[in-house]
Design a binder for this molecule. Sequence first.
Ligand SMILES: [Zn+2]
Length: 131
Amino acid sequence: MAAACPCGSGDAFAACCRPLLRGERDAATAGELMRSRYTAFVRRDEAYLLHTWSASTRPATVDTDGVTWLGLDVLATTGGQAADAVGTVTFAAHFRAEDPGRPDASQTLREHSSFAREEGRWVYVDGVHDS
Ligand SMILES: [Zn+2]
């Protein structure tokens, strides 16, 4: 049986985020890019995270250690479709910090992320966290 995609789409990884992470195609929408970036965090694919980060806000490095990702809920999207130049995605990502003092504590990161099209492809610009 094909492995389910970590992004929670319900599709097989091979038919969902894998072709994006491999650079075989670009995300068609901001929401698809956001899901593929979540999958890249799960798989600790730091090169993909940097590749899909806006040149205006991209950090020098990205650190994916120390966290086990448990699941993703996409809560809302605006714009981000094929005809748009910008878009937003609001999501909740569930994770467990690899903290020996709190081995079972799952936490939730809620973020309102902004995406834009740069040179024709969707990139992550920045995000605001809800507490
Ligand atoms: Zn996926």
